[in-house]
Design a protein around this ligand. Structure first.
Ligand code: SR1
Ligand code: MG
Length: 394
């Protein structure tokens, strides 16, 4: 476990980040370096360092010992930088096309030096600006199939998988998810944030005992089903994309959990666009379909060809897994929709809608869809029923 050592750990600034890059000989000696802190996430510092002379660039990401989104009153382990670097390396070996290269890590300084992806856009920002990134769902389906299969008991073998479970114990960041996704949105918690116009819908949700039962079940699965190494925060702000490429960043919430959690976060963050983006609604519906179809086909191929458990390699057992992943994914989709609407961490897809009535209507639909997916996830048995449910509400 990385313990904060104030003699070694210092937050970098734009000047000291350049010095670090030079000390590490990441650029030629005659480099002409500029640096900008560009972190706009909830937790970390991100330095973009460019050598104007040789046209090279890197990213240095550094964890702060607290959650930037709240401030120093919310201390947060630096160990997450090691988890993130280890997850980037693991996912990078399994799915190199979709993961930035890691050049250097320092657990004490909580830094990861990695490939600069600034030629791409953060997917969420691109979507809000009208991009659709036509290949992103194919890439996400492939990324999910590979990472969720090759980190499982079936892809790794049970001994190696247990070593990985231990390596990726991520107590503090899992607790954030447990609180912000599965607990706080379902009662009058201080962390919640929502506009007054939503209060009647939120108070109704707080009283919905059936909903809270199902969220408890989903939280229990999250706490106990160590199926695969999850990214753990796979929203469209953790994706860089353009029309050809997709790269998945920021796996600091990585841990062994239920496969449906990553799939559900992908579904939910595409659903925000289905809800708000009338012009491209059909494109985003197709994106959701493609993610699941590509995932299913590629996961099934890996299951048949690469399975390390001889007795597990049957069609019926594969179908059992796909059905569980789908059902869990629908539940986690609903949880993500709800927490991003009324919890601490919102999404710009909804919040950037200027007109109040339009914004409130979009948020109400999001809550409605979230509740339905959570409660009806066992009845929605396939992709077409999922899409029908979405269309009925949106
Ligand atoms: C205090 S962290 C809030 C949220 O930001 C991260 O990206 C995760 O989604 C977390 O729930
Ligand atoms: Mg993040």
């Amino acid at each position: 476990m990385t313990v904060l050592n104030p003699l070694i750990y210092q937050p970098l600034n734009e000047k000291t980040a350049i010095k670090k890059a030079l000390d590490l000989k990441l650029f030629p000696e005659d480099a002409d370096l500029t640096c900008k802190e560009i972190g706009d996430g909830n937790l970390n510092l991100v330095f973009h360092i460019v050598d104007q002379k040789h046209n090279q660039s890197i990213i240095i990401k550094q964890a702060l010992p607290y959650a930037k989104v709240v401030g120093e009153s919310w201390p947060l382990t630096l160990h997450r930088a090691k988890i993130e670097a280890d997850a980037l390396k693991t996912f990078g070996q399994i799915a190199p096309d979709y993961v930035p290269k890691v050049y250097y890590t320092d657990d004490q300084l909580a830094i990861t030096v990695m490939e600069d992806l600034s030629h791409l856009s953060i997917a969420r920002k691109g979507f809000i600006q009208g991009e659709t990134f036509p290949l992103i769902s194919l890439h996400l389906g492939e990324y999910l199939a590979k990472t969720l299969f090759f980190t499982s008991d079936y892809g790794l073998g049970s001994g190696a998988k247990k070593e990985q479970v231990q390596k990726f114990i991520n107590t503090e960041l899992c607790k954030i998810t447990e609180d912000l996704i599965f607990t706080d949105p379902y009662f009058d918690a201080e962390t919640n944030e929502f506009e007054e116009g939503l209060r009647p819908a939120v108070e109704e949700l707080w009283k919905d005992e059936e909903l809270k039962f199902h969220v408890n079940v989903l939280k229990k699965i999250f706490l106990t089903d160590a199926e695969v190494l999850l990214h753990g925060d796979l929203h469209t702000g953790s994706m860089f994309a353009d029309n050809q490429q997709t790269k998945i960043i920021d796996p600091e919430f990585a841990f062994y959990g239920p496969a449906g959690f990553d799939i559900g976060q992908v579904f939910a963050n595409l659903l925000f666009q289905i809800i708000v983006n009338e012009k491209h609604r059909d494109v985003f519906i197709q994106h959701v379909e493609t993610v699941w179809n590509v995932f299913q086909v590629q996961f099934s191929q890996l299951w048949e060809k690469e399975n390390k458990e001889p007795l597990a390699n049957t069609t019926s057992f594969l179908h059992y897994h796909l059905a569980k992943y789908f059902e869990d994914a629908l539940g986690y989709t609903g949880c993500e929709l709800i927490r991003r609407t009324i919890g601490l961490a919102h999404v710009a897809d909804l919040d950037s809608i200027q007109d109040e009535q339009t914004r409130l209507a979009a948020k109400q639909k999001t809550l409605e869809l979230g509740k339905n997916l959570i409660k009806k996830r066992k009845e929605i048995r396939d992709l077409s029923e999922f899409i029908r449910t979405v269309k009925e509400i949106v």
